[in-house]
Ligand binder design. Structure first.
Ligand SMILES: [Zn+2]
Length: 204
């Protein structure tokens, strides 16, 4: 793997880890994958703020020059995502994550670059990191930090999945009384309401 140093400024969102897990939609049904290549992954990283755009562009160039290493890195990144999915899905049912998943998370955290410096950016404050080489853990550093922050915070108890069992979208329930049930009212909430309405009408 290259030892190139990439500078990234990150303005990570609080639930970046869950956003990453949600790149697979309909986990409880026929899964809809939105990351099918390293280019999709880097596009997501840039769009979500997990990587600075220039860093993602540099990595895209690198991936075109090293397709085999890039493919290996991509499958490693997907493995990390599925590990995070398993951990947070366990929390939605108040279950302890598997030891093997916790071990994998800690290995990835140890491999990720350290959080060393914050800097003022136009949109607020961001992490300034130097990626010491190219690996899935380095590229997903902000995602891994976000996962660890969520895990050690009280919000861990507010991780929910959408009440539609086919959907299973993950979110942090930030409603006042902790009663949020759906990924969104527009998607599963309304569909559930419509289906209840339909079944009531059929029963009459
Ligand atoms: Zn849903």
């Amino acid at each position: 793997m290259s030892r190139a140093v990439l500078n990234a400024t990150l303005l990570p969102r609080f639930d970046l880890a869950l956003d990453f897990v949600n790149t697979v939609a309909y986990r409880g049904s026929t899964q809809a994958e939105s990351l099918n290549s390293i280019s999709d992954l880097l596009g997501w990283c840039a769009a979500s703020g997990a990587l600075a755009k220039e860093t993602a562009d540099e990595l895209k160039q690198w991936s075109m020059r090293h397709p085999e290493s890039a493919a290996a890195l991509f499958s490693e990144a997907i493995e990390l995502r599925e590990m995070l999915a398993r951990i947070f899905l366990r929390f939605t049912s108040d279950t302890v994550p598997a030891e093997s998943d916790m071990r994998a998370l800690n290995l990835a955290l140890a491999e990720a670059p350290p959080r060393q410096r914050v800097s003022a950016e136009s949109a607020g404050y961001g992490w300034r990191i130097a990626v010491p080489g190219i690996s899935a853990a380095a590229i997903l550093a902000a995602v891994l930090w976000s996962a660890a922050d969520l895990l050690v915070s009280a919000n861990r108890k507010r991780v929910r999945h959408c009440a539609n069992d086919r959907c299973l979208w993950l979110f942090v329930d930030d409603s006042k009384n902790g009663s949020r049930r759906w990924c969104s009212m527009q998607a599963c909430g309304n569909r559930a309401k419509a289906s209840r309405h339909y079944h009531r009408r059929k029963a009459v």
